[in-house]
Design a protein around this ligand. Structure first.
Ligand SMILES: O=C(O)CCC(=O)C(=O)O
Ligand SMILES: [Fe+2]
Length: 280
């Protein structure tokens, strides 16, 4: 299994990129329009936020799902019993956020959301007609005026050696949403699962942008675009002393969007959040 690295500005970028998404659930872009200095500034500022005390004033709301999720209440991946070794903050345009971090985060949210919409239109255009005829509305429509798209700032703390045996920074999981856009993190560790069960490193040179299919798009495309299982492994040696910061944007449809005969987007999300243990 090979996740392709595609030049966003190449004439055949859409074709090559969507082929990688179809074959592996993942694609990696270089020469993309997300400014790396903005990403690096956000990584640095949020590392300071996670290292400080201000976060305790932003404890997440079970109802609205915005705010800070501590390592104690962090997700337990579907089918697993141990919590991930991570803390994170959920940013929505309507949600709570420390004022000093807001401008950069919202600038990034706007840029990443715009690029995600363009990439979703590539996906739509390159869906075979017999699959596309079952989309209940054009994919690009599904995200119009959505208030559900979510920017997550993740911090994986340095390892202490006291972690429960077998626990991971992020246990194997599929994302819930349509598409995820993820700038390469400041440290390695992201892996995808190949069809034979083996784990493959995702190309992650600093500056690359990683995109993957989520379960909702897998559902809407009847599996043509697969939501591939991925995980973040624990570092060893010097890497274990460092925090890892990452910044996925989860592109979500409007609540009332019908994904398939089985699910609306809202029903799907509620079911999955309960399984993750972050909603009752
Ligand atoms: O931190 C990463 O590189 C991946 C994070 C991830 O897969 C997630 O939060 O869903
Ligand atoms: Fe993920």
């Amino acid at each position: 299994m090979q996740v392709s690295v595609v030049d966003y500005r190449a004439p055949d970028a859409a074709e090559r990129f969507t082929r990688s998404l179809h074959e592996t659930g993942f694609g990696v872009l270089v020469n993309h329009p997300i400014p790396q200095p903005l990403v690096e500034k956000i990584y640095g500022d949020w590392l300071g936020f996670f290292n400080g005390d201000e976060k305790t004033g932003y404890a997440f709301s079970k109802e609205t799902q915005d705010g800070w999720f501590s390592t104690e209440i962090s997700e337990t991946a579907k089918g697993f019993t141990q919590k991930d070794i991570k803390e994170y903050f959920h940013i929505y345009p309507w949600g709570r956020i420390p004022p000093s971090l807001k401008d950069d985060a919202m600038q990034y949210y706007g840029l990443a959301n715009g690029l995600a919409a363009e990439l979703l239109s590539w996906v739509e255009k390159h869906t075979p007609a017999d699959i596309a005829k079952n989309y209940r509305e054009p994919l690009s429509h599904m995200i119009k005026d959505s208030s559900q798209t979510l920017l997550r700032v993740l911090r994986y703390p340095p390892l202490t050696g006291q972690e429960p045996a077998g626990s991971l920074r992020a246990a194997p999981h599929g994302d819930i949403n349509l598409l995820t856009i993820l700038p390469a993190a400041n440290e390695p560790g992201l892996q995808v699962q190949a069809k034979d069960g083996s784990w493959v490193d995702v190309p992650c040179d600093f500056g690359m942008l990683i995109i993957n299919i989520g379960d909702m798009l897998q559902e809407a495309s009847q599996g043509y675009y697969p939501s591939t299982i991925h995980r973040v492994v624990n570092p060893t040696g010097e890497g274990a002393k460092k925090s890892r910061i990452s910044l996925p944007l989860f592109l979500h449809p409007r609540n009332e969007v019908v994904l398939s005969d089985r699910y609306t987007a809202h029903a799907y999300l509620e079911e999955r959040l309960r399984e993750l243990g972050v909603k009752t």
